[in-house]
Design a protein around this ligand. Structure first.
Ligand code: GDP
Ligand code: MG
Length: 298
């Protein structure tokens, strides 16, 4: 399967629900307010937020003229265009090398797994990669990252459990600078018990990066579990306030029937999705593509 086929395939569950509802809506031959209300309902049922659904359907309403609103293909295409534009409102940051990419996010969303996949992705692009095990909080987090480092055949820097994450990053950056490593991927515990804590920790890491590897671009990506739907949007909002995110990695897209929240991430929060995880294996990662995502939706 091609890379982008994977996004479409992963969205099968979302698509099944939306397509069936759209078919039913057109079969009912409703018009005017009723039609648009139901269209909104369909979007909301796949976890598009009320705000975004209203906005999108409002645009469909403006553009779908007269009788053409009965034309299923026409309305669907219009809807697709508008949704794609919504995703493209948030621009994916261009990656320059060397770069340091830090992954934050709550426990269990898939940070460590994603780093394994992203490492493999950059290796496949001919880049040298180093992993930094700065989740020193959870037992076995370092072991888990080392397993991924082996799979992707990249180096990993780790300290013992409970040590200072900033010290791990310091070591990783010193090593990366000495070797001219292209990409440093930083795993974190991503705790958010106290927002201020996280902010301070990340500021410290920010300083370490700009001091130790000043030529590197520093990106902060939030990892979100797609199966949590709108809750993921709430997480993104909190993290963005604390950290000023550069982008998002969506994981577990293969397990969700509620892919609609992604439109809120991009449209309401203005944060771009950079990668999508579509399974548990090392190759189950794709660069996010707005058109393919929307195609997978209907
Ligand atoms: N189906 C599926 N499972 C995933 C994906 N990404 C991560 N996982 C699983 O999610 C669980 C938690 O992942 P982990 O990387 O340990 O999360 P972390 O606590 O954020 O570091 C593991 O069982 C992973 O295999 C994905 O894209 N699809
Ligand atoms: Mg982890």
């Amino acid at each position: 399967m091609g890379l982008f086929g994977k996004i479409r395939d992963a969205l099968k569950k979302t698509k099944a629900g939306v397509s069936e509802k759209m078919r039913l809506l057109f079969a009912k031959n409703k018009l005017g307010d009723e039609f648009y209300d139901e269209l909104e309902e369909i979007l909301i049922s796949s976890d598009v937020s009320v705000t975004t659904a209203e906005e999108v359907v409002g645009q469909v309403r403006e553009e779908a003229i007269g009788n053409r609103v009965k034309d299923e293909q026409y309305v669907t295409d219009l809807l697709k265009d508008i949704l794609e534009d919504t995703l493209n409102e948030a621009e994916i940051p261009p990656i320059s090398y060397p770069c340091v990419i830090m992954f934050v996010g709550v426990n269990g969303v898939g940070k460590t797994t994603t780093i394994g996949k992203v490492a493999q992705y950059f290796v496949s692009q001919g880049k040298s990669v180093l992993l930094a095990a700065a989740d020193t909080f959870r037992a076995a987090a370092g072991d888990q990252l080392s397993v991924w480092a082996d799979r992707a055949k990249v180096r990993v820097i780790r300290h013992e459990e409970g040590s200072d994450p900033a010290a791990v990053i310091f070591d990783a950056l010193t090593s990366a600078r000495a070797r001219g490593t292209d990409v440093v991927l930083v795993d974190t515990a991503g705790r958010l018990h106290v927002k201020e804590n996280l902010m301070n920790e990340l500021k410290k890491m920010d300083r370490v990066v700009s001091r130790e590897y000043p030529q590197a671009q520093f990106l902060k990506l939030l990892v979100l579990d797609a199966t949590t739907g709108q809750n993921a949007v709430a997480q993104a909002r909190v993290f963005d306030e604390a950290v000023d995110l550069d982008g998002i990695v969506l994981t577990k897209l293969d397990g969700t029937a509620k892919g609609g929240f992604v439109f809120s991430l991009c449209g309401e929060l203005g944060i771009p999705v950079v990668f999508a995880g579509v399974g548990e294996k090392i190759d189950d990662l794709v660069p996010f593509d707005a058109e393919q995502f929307v195609e997978g939706f209907f």
